[in-house]
Design a protein around this ligand. Structure first.
Ligand code: NAX
Length: 331
């Protein structure tokens, strides 16, 4: 039998946490034969609720779940973890300045970076979900210099999956037959959902999405804004932000990273940019990646037309501006 893997979820008493921890305990993140020990961190005002989640995990009697640590102590939470899913953060409240929200999150991610660096297992893989996700991940990277930068990522898989979903609905095909959409850039409304290279599996082989949709105005207009604004649409409908889809895509992100992407398929991940596609180096930016042997690699050589170029640059500019704002909070 495999040794259990310790998986940290921060903000575990929140909405996404509540959807995510049972998925992890059922093997949806790391596979049906991989035992896990869940480490759940939240802040003292949520300690009682967190303990309630722990009680429910015990009550669910998950066969793969070999232990639960529920704590408000970052050191205890981070000790020995091989996967860290960072969902906890400070939400933007009505009337708050962007800089104030950024400043709260910068101090949270700075502190948690240090705890992970000191106490997590070597080669721990980190996924930041909490917004501003790309910039929180960048701060975490800056303050955990001994964690390899390739181990620090942020979640844009929800946006990626939303794009797959929209194409599947539009073409009336199974979502599992759609692949290779791309989310470029920031997990924000400047993200660029790109279907230029996406395909549909058909009995006659793979066919390009743009030709099948055959409606450039929709692809360059409503499709993009629907994906960009989907989070707001969910809030409007549910009066709460997306949680089950966010949790599910966090599992997809880690599973593909650890276990690999299928041959010929790529996924979107926010990763530390190396200058690929002329995106400035030093940002956490969402790219198309393939994964194998526990490592991601940016898909190279895709053609970028003029329309796409403008979108890639605009979302990069926003990330550069967020980075500057985050740094201004440090001084
Ligand atoms: P909730 O407010 O329900 O939960 C957040 C939890 O984090 C709370 O229990 C809170 O006590 C805890 N927390 C706050 N500060 C903490 C700290 N310093 N250490 C540990 N825990 C802390 O929010 P929820 O709906 O679960 O969303 C969580 C985060 O995900 C938010 O930042 C949200 O904006 C972000 N999202 C990111 C998405 C993505 O695709 N990257 C999509 C979904 C989601 O909107």
């Amino acid at each position: 039998a495999k040794e259990p893997v310790r998986v940290l979820v921060t903000g575990a008493a929140g909405q996404i946490g509540y959807a995510l921890v049972p998925m992890i305990a059922r093997g949806i993140m790391l596979g049906p034969d991989q035992p896990v020990i869940l480490h759940m961190l939240d802040i003292p005002p949520a300690a009682e609720a967190l303990n309630g989640v722990k009680m429910e995990l015990v009550d669910a009697a998950f066969p793969l779940l070999k232990g639960v640590v529920a704590t408000t102590d970052a050191v205890e939470a981070c000790t020995g973890v091989s996967v860290a899913v960072m969902v906890g953060g400070f939400p933007r409240k009505e009337g708050m300045e962007r800089k104030d929200v950024m400043s709260k999150n910068v101090s949270i991610y700075k502190a948690q970076a240090s705890a992970l660096e000191k106490y997590a297992a070597p080669n721990c893989k980190v996924l930041v979900v909490a917004n501003p996700a790309n910039t929180n991940a960048l701060i975490l990277k800056e303050f955990a210099p001994s964690i390899p930068e390739k181990n620090i990522t942020c979640l844009t898989r929800l946006d990626h999956n939303r794009a797959l979903g929209q194409i599947s609905e539009r073409l009336n095909v199974q979502v599992s037959d759609v692949k290779n959409v791309i989310i470029w850039g920031n997990h924000s409304s400047t993200q660029y959902p790109d279907v230029t290279h996406a395909t549909i599996k058909t009995p006659e082989g793979e066919k390009p999405v743009p030709a099948l949709v055959n409606d450039d105005a929709w692809l360059k207009g409503e499709f993009i804004t629907t994906v960009q604004q989907r989070g707001a649409a969910i809030i409007k409908a549910r009066k709460l932000s997306s949680a089950l889809s966010a949790a599910s895509s966090a599992c997809d992100h880690i599973r593909d990273w650890v276990l690999g992407t299928p041959e010929g398929t790529w996924v979107s991940m926010g990763v530390y940019s190396d200058g690929s596609y002329n995106v400035p180096a030093g940002l956490i930016y969402s790219f198309p990646v393939t994964c194998s042997g526990g490592e991601w690699k940016i898909v190279q050589g895709l053609s970028i037309d003029e329309f796409s170029r403008g979108k890639l640059d605009a979302t990069a500019a926003e990330l550069a501006e967020e980075k500057a704002l985050a740094y201004s909070c440090l001084s």
